[in-house]
Design a protein around this ligand. Structure first.
Ligand code: HEC
Length: 117
């Protein structure tokens, strides 16, 4: 009985779609650059008013992320299956999720203007 349970679990796990597996952030990083994401979202995923929103450490679920790639909300070009395989999308997702947190503006001393007496 125990063996049957283990076998069943193995079958279920192997049948999980690719997006359930953690992506390869390193490969995602090279695709983030070679596939042009950086051009609108910036190398740090920081975004820019004129081109695209911040996507570093996105709070979107993987399904929402993939939905945006396949059928973008408005101005972003679509990344369909033939040009962006599911595996590549998962890798890019892993990469942007793992991007470092932006520094706290309070820690950036240059932003403070010293008042002259
Ligand atoms: C030509 C500019 C452009 C390129 C290239 C581009 N994006 Fe976008 N992206 C946008 C814009 C503009 C939006 C805002 C929503 C829209 O217009 O579809 C957006 C939205 C997004 C969002 C949703 C952000 C949110 O929180 O709602 C994600 C995630 C995203 N892009 C990821 C990517 C990835 C990954 C790539 C590369 C594979 C990419 N984008 C390439 C312009 C771009």
């Amino acid at each position: 009985m125990k063996n049957v349970t283990i076998a069943a679990a193995a079958i279920i796990l192997s049948a999980l779609p690719a997006f359930a597996q953690p992506g390869d952030a390193k490969n995602g990083e090279s695709h983030f650059k070679s596939d042009g994401c950086y051009m609108c979202h910036g190398y740090a995923g920081q975004g820019a008013l004129a081109t695209g929103p911040r996507i570093s450490r996105t709070t979107l679920t993987y399904e929402q992320f993939l939905g945006q790639l396949r059928k973008p909300a408005t101005a972003m070009p679509p990344y369909e299956e033939p040009i962006m395989p599911e595996k590549t999308a998962a890798d890019i997702y892993a990469y942007i999720k793992a991007m470092p947190e932006p520094p706290n503006p309070k820690d950036l001393s240059l932003l403070y203007v010293t008042k002259s007496k």
